[in-house]
Design a protein around this ligand. Structure first.
Ligand SMILES: Cc1ncc(COP(=O)(O)O)c(C=O)c1O
Length: 426
């Protein structure tokens, strides 16, 4: 235990002894008057613990480069509103369908629908054929994508689909196929994290529908599945009915505002649904996400009429947060398309700069097209720890790797510290 921690514990102990000695009716005295506010003192001790946690988090925040979360969060005004309005004192619950909602009883379904209507067109969905919801996370969005895809295909073909996903894709897709008891084919990815079209062709099961999960930005290398090439493979097998779900947890957040917008536009790449994390690009302060699909897909799900909710509930979860869609809505209103575009392009520019600087140092590094994730030969453990870097391993690229995800809070000045540390190793 550190000296500071020992000191803090002694202070707490002394405070507790003083407290117990002073409280009438406490362990050290005889009787407790009914109105005694004894609860305030243990709360102070709880605050000591909370403050210790806060101190640690705030210390880690600045140099946290290894994970795809935007730590440049601007929700102070939202929390002020929440407190001032009194809404904080309500259990606000979005049980229900945001696109089939006549009730506003302590829910924010109408705000949730507005959020989906803001983002849907950015991914090429038409407003009159749009359905979706604010999810708990990217994983929750993938769960909906795989569930909706498999039910849609089953309805069309009366056969259970096979799920195809690359072995570089996020593990949630494998977990969810397992959870939903679906047959899974892991298609090999190349050393840049992209599904290999020839391997897909070899793996296709001819008499079963195909539920494709395309990775638009793999977690570690930021590899983007080449939808065009993979769709060309599928087109050579017209007997196979196909549903395409895009797992765009991080990249789906920023690509619509860049020159690469077409990569996540279903008018160009004809996918059926897309999942994006809310806490990665957008600056939500807790896990959240978006799941967006068409009305056509939504209307081909197993209907479960729920009388007390006045309709058929297609989504997996009943109770859902009503506060999360409000935060999303707030962020959209305060950032807007222009703000997102500025952030997205800044991230890509900084990522390209970092890759150049690593090249100048002669440190093996890679940056995939459209990506904000620079991956490189793994530095020593002290640097990994200092910058909270995530590890990976790929024999094809020399073995041990690490990456930096250039999010909004990762600036060139901070990255220069990392580069200086790296240089001192050489
Ligand atoms: C490509 C990809 N998909 C899905 C996920 C899971 O998202 P979440 O953490 O929001 O559940 C991640 C998380 O990093 C990811 O990188």
């Amino acid at each position: 235990m550190s000296r500071t921690a020992v000191f803090q514990r002694i202070v707490c102990l002394l405070a507790l002894i003083t407290l117990l000695a002073c409280i009438p009716g406490g362990v050290l005295s005889e009787a407790l008057p009914e109105e005694s506010p004894v609860y305030e003192e243990p709360m102070d001790l709880a605050l000591v613990e909370l403050n210790r946690y806060a101190e640690q988090v705030m210390e880690q925040k600045d140099l946290s480069f290894g994970y795809p979360g935007n730590l440049d969060i601007h929700l102070t005004g939202f929390y002020e509103w929440l407190l001032e309005s009194g809404v904080y004192s309500v259990i606000a619950n979005n049980a229900g369908d945001p696109f089939d909602n006549n009730e506003t009883y302590m829910n924010t379904l109408n705000f949730e629908r507005e959020v989906i209507e803001f983002f849907g067109p950015l991914y090429g969905f038409e407003l009159d054929d749009l359905w979706g919801l604010v999810t708990f996370s990217g994983t929750d969005g993938n769960n909906h994508g795989i569930y909706f895809g498999s039910k849609y295909l089953e309805k069309k073909t009366h056969k259970k689909p096979v799920v195809y996903v690359s072995d570089a894709a996020h593990y949630s897709n494998m977990r969810l196929a397992d959870l939903q008891n679906l047959d899974l084919v892991l298609v090999p990815a190349d050393e840049h994290g992209c599904m290999i079209p020839e391997e897909l062709e070899k793996a296709l099961v001819p008499d079963r529908p195909a539920l494709m999960v395309y990775a638009m930005g793999t977690t570690f290398k930021g590899g983007i599945d080449d939808q065009e090439a993979l769709n060309a493979v599928l087109a050579r097998h017209p007997e196979i009915e196909v549903y395409r779900h895009v797992d765009a947890a991080l990249f789906g957040g920023y690509l619509p505002y860049t020159e690469y917008a077409d990569a996540v536009d279903r008018r160009v790449q004809p996918f059926d649904s897309i999942a994006i994390s809310g806490h990665k690009f957008f600056g939500m302060d807790e896990p959240a996400g978006l799941f967006i699909t068409t009305m056509e897909v939504k209307n081909n799900q197993n209907p479960y009429e729920v009388t007390y909710l006045n309709g058929s509930m297609p989504m997996i979860n009943c109770s859902r947060s009503a506060i999360t869609p409000l935060k999303f809505w707030w962020i959209i209103r305060h950032t807007g398309f222009e703000g997102f575009a500025e952030q997205a392009n800044q991230m890509l520019e900084t990522a390209a700069w970092l890759k150049d600087e690593l090249d100048k140092l002669g440190w093996p590094a890679w940056l995939e097209p459209m990506s904000n994730t620079v991956y490189f030969k793994r530095p020593d453990a002290a640097i990994m720890e200092k910058y909270a870097l995530a590890p990976d391993y790929d024999e094809r690229l020399g073995g041990e790797l690490a990456h930096i995800v250039v999010m909004q809070h990762v600036t060139k000045d901070q990255l220069q510290l990392f580069l200086d540390d790296l240089q001192s190793l050489q």
